[in-house]
Design a binder for this molecule. Structure first.
Ligand SMILES: [Ca+2]
Length: 372
């Protein structure tokens, strides 16, 4: 059931997003089934020597399988050097996580790596985990979750939900991988990989759109200038810091972001003989709202799963409430896409707002009922 639930979300997201440049990439892998998913490049850029990757039933975090990375020890190529990775065509931002089965000994490097950011174990240290350097989080035998969040305010890395590293360097990533390097025969396991990533965070997309519209002034047409100025004013309101937690998350007052944006889009659609950049700006704004709603919805699904709430089979009252809100959010995402396809931008934004609201309600993020 769980798998079906996640897959249906995955398909929805793909359908919704193919049409625009703010394509969210949502991917989960529980390493079940017969073969390693094609998402992963197992050719490893020529680095897979003296070892390899395979699906294994020796350990599992969920289901009956996980991904095993193994070493055959020091050999003709030197240390074993194994990498399974995924390449993105452009720098990405967002959230990712994986479970790691720690065999509890030193003597190997193994980590989840994203460009210069990495979380895992070092060969010389069997006492603490490392996340871009040594942490104070003690190693122990068994499953542990490695998690990261990257946005324009920087990077945060977590082990078992404890923050172990943060910086304020706004750098996205083009590569992510699971890696091991050692000089003796051994093995580690990874399971339940999840990621929700974007090429541009919604807030940055809105800022860029605002600046692009500002760059059109003056157009030589007084009426057009007035509408552009009004739209920029509305966008400034939607970018107000108290409405934003970070580049992809809104505060409890977040509905104002959608409302102001709707006004801006309405102004832009009224411009007669609009410069060609205007229609691109409208699409960017609608896409950014899609990202905000989709992020909240993804997190609501993770939230529900963590609480043990699964679709269809659940009869628990609180679970039913959560799943009902998620279902409403998914319904609004679909309606938004339909409106967007028909050029009804303000109605699309209205549905993204509702989807966001339902996702927040599913996660119990409102202290009391907030009308929409
Ligand atoms: Ca599994």
């Amino acid at each position: 059931m769980r798998k079906m639930f996640l897959i249906s979300l995955f398909l929805t997201a793909l359908t919704v997003l193919y049409a625009n440049t703010l394509m969210a990439q949502i991917y989960s892998d529980s390493f079940e089934g017969g073969t390693i998913d094609l998402f992963w490049d197992t050719a490893g850029l020529g680095t897979n020597k003296n070892g390899g990757v395979e699906l294994s039933n020796q350990q599992s975090h969920t289901g009956s399988q996980s991904l095993k990375i193994y070493s055959t020890g020091y050999g003709s190529y030197g240390n074993s050097n194994v990498l399974m990775n995924h390449h993105f065509d452009q720098a990405m931002y967002g959230d990712y996580s994986v479970w790691f089965y720690d065999p509890g000994h030193g003597g190997m490097y193994s980590y989840l790596t994203l460009e210069s950011n990495w979380i895992g174990v070092q060969d010389w240290d069997w006492v603490f985990y490392h996340a871009n350097g040594q942490t104070t989080f003690p190693r122990s035998l068994g499953w542990h979750e490695f998690k990261g969040h990257v946005d324009l305010s920087g990077t945060k890395l977590y082990i078992d939900n404890t923050l172990v590293y943060s910086d304020s360097v706004p750098v996205g990533f083009n590569n992510l991988g699971l890696y091991m390097n050692t000089n003796f025969p051994t093995e580690v396991w990874y399971d339940d990989f999840n990621m929700v990533v974007y090429p541009v965070m919604p807030r940055e997309a809105k800022e860029q759109t605002r600046d692009a519209l500002l760059g059109l002034l003056p157009t030589g047409d007084k009426k057009t200038d007035q509408r552009l100025e009004k739209a920029i004013e509305d966008l400034d309101k939607s970018l107000s810091p108290e409405l934003w937690v970070d580049g992809s998350h809104l505060t409890m007052k977040g509905e104002k972001v959608f409302k102001e944006e709707k006004k801006a889009v309405n102004e832009l659609t009224k411009i007669k003989n609009a410069p060609s950049e205007v229609s691109g700006a409208i699409d960017s704004l609608v896409a950014a709202d899609l990202s905000l709603a989709q992020t909240a919805l993804d997190e609501a699904v993770v939230w529900a799963t963590a609480l043990g709430c699964y679709a269809e089979e659940d009869t628990d009252f609180d679970c039913m409430k959560i799943l009902c809100e998620i279902s409403k959010a998914q319904g609004d995402m679909d309606k938004a896409q339909t409106e967007w396809n028909q050029g009804n931008y303000d109605k699309a934004i209205e549905h993204f707002k509702k989807a966001w609201h339902h996702a927040q309600k599913a996660m119990d993020k409102f202290p009391e009922e907030v009308p929409i």
